[in-house]
Each structure stands twice: as C-alpha cells, then as structure tokens.
Write a protein that binds this ligand. Structure first.
Ligand code: DC
Length: 232
C-alpha cells in the first residue's frame, strides 16, 4: 500500500469511504465485502452510468447526442436499493440490475459517462445518497469530485493483464461468449476514454491510498483496508 494515511490517531472510523480505479481493478468486489464487514451501504456509481446508457439504448438515443443524454439523465433518476443482500438498480420504473453488463451497454457507457450534463445529474444524486454517511462509494471520480471530503480514499490498481483475466472470468461465468484479446482491447479502450475525458477524468485523489491488487486475494485486500481503519 502506498503512503499517506489520511487520518490522525484516535479518530473514529471514517463513515464515508471512496474507492476509485480503472476497469476491473476489483473496486466493486472490494467495496461489497468492505461494506458488509463495516455494516455500511455500498453504492456502485458505475451501475448508475450503465443504467442511463441502458435507457439511452432502449430509447434509441444516439450516444453522440449530448443534449438528449443530458435531458435523459436529468429527468430519470437512478434508484439503488438493497434486496435480499444484493443491490438492485431501477431506472424509469424498471429493475435493470441484470441488464447492465451486456456488450451493448459496455460499448456505449464510456461515451455516456463523458457527457458533463449526465455527470452533473448523477453526481448530485450520489452526493444526496452519501449525505446519510456509513457508505462505501465506488467509481472513477468519487475521491476527486463526488466526495472530496471522504474520510478514507482508496485507489485500486492492477495490471491490464490481470484485469483482463478477471473480467474474462466474470463474463464467462455470466454465460457470455468472449474472446480474451477482445476483453483486453475493450478494457484498454474504456480506460482511455475514462482517463482522457475533459470532465472528471479517472485519476487518484492526491490524498488517496493506492493499493495494487495484482497479487492479493479479495480477502487480503479487504483485510488490509480494515487493518488500516482499525489501526487508529
Ligand atoms: O465501473 P464500471 O465499469 O461499472 O463503470 C461503467 C462506466 O461508467 C465506465 O466507463 C466509467 C464510468 N464511470 C464514471 O465515469 N464515473 C463513475 N463514478 C463511475 C463510472
């Protein structure tokens, strides 16, 4: 783990934790386990961008039509709730939880996420959700833009090869036919769009702890974060 613990000794555990990082660095898995261990709520903001992308596809909105995407995001809030221990994502009255990881959504989501009007609408919702505290929020710009005052900021890293391997297994397990090289190419293309966009590009906050997960199991990553929290 890299330098710079953010919290002084004797402070209570942070009630707002941000986790950012590139595609398939383990953010959601780590966030889910960490939030369970702490009894906090998990919000995966990627699923909010995916939900808007899904709705844009449903309504046949051109992913280059920024005004239409902005209006869509402003008029249709994304609701994330817990049901039977899993996160349920609802947009325009539909439970889309199982429809957000298709190749069609993956193809357009980074285009949708780079539209400033879409980001503004979703960031407002994310800040409202986080205002209640006891939350782990996962995304790309949580530590830098959405919650700059988060008590603990994590930035997860892993090599492209390892991230492609994880993503490949995930897609295979969900029954999708995939080609390993294509998974790597798509992942790098999305990273590029996410890192090079003008509004809120993917980057670690200055006070984020960088954690390389290449050689660590999920359990070990979470154990390290919990040790860090409890150290104080
Ligand atoms: O984490 P993910 O793969 O589910 O994210 C889907 C897309 O949304 C990805 O291209 C990056 C974008 N995103 C973003 O721009 N800001 C966030 N806070 C979360 C995700």
């Amino acid at each position: 783990m890299s330098t710079g613990c953010l919290r002084g000794e004797g402070l209570p555990a942070p009630t707002v934790i941000s986790i950012d990082g590139p595609v398939a660095a383990g953010k959601t898995a780590v966030g889910r386990l960490l939030s369970r261990r702490l009894g906090y709520r998990l919000i995966d903001t990627g699923s909010m961008y995916r939900a808007v992308a899904w709705l844009a596809l449903e309504r046949r909105i051109d992913p280059s039509d920024e005004d239409a995407l902005k209006r869509l995001a402003e008029l249709t809030p994304v609701d994330i709730t817990q049901r039977d221990g899993r996160e349920v994502v609802i947009i325009a009255g539909e439970d889309v939880s199982d429809r957000l990881r298709t190749p069609e959504v993956e193809q357009v989501v980074s285009l949708v996420a780079r539209v400033p009007g879409v980001r503004k609408a979703l960031v407002e919702q994310q800040r409202r959700i986080a205002a209640g505290g006891r939350i782990v929020m996962v995304g790309r710009d949580i530590g830098t833009v959405v919650l700059p005052d988060a008590g603990l900021k994590l930035f997860l890293l892993a090599s492209p090869g390892e991230r492609a391997r994880r993503r490949y297994l995930e897609l295979e397990q969900s029954g999708q036919q995939v080609n390993q090289q294509k998974v790597l190419d798509d992942l790098l293309a999305r990273d590029k769009l996410d890192s090079e966009r003008a509004d809120s590009p993917l980057r670690p906050a200055e006070d984020a702890l960088k954690l390389d997960t290449d050689d660590l199991s999920l359990e070990r990553v979470v154990a390290r974060i919990l040790a860090l929290i409890r150290e104080d």
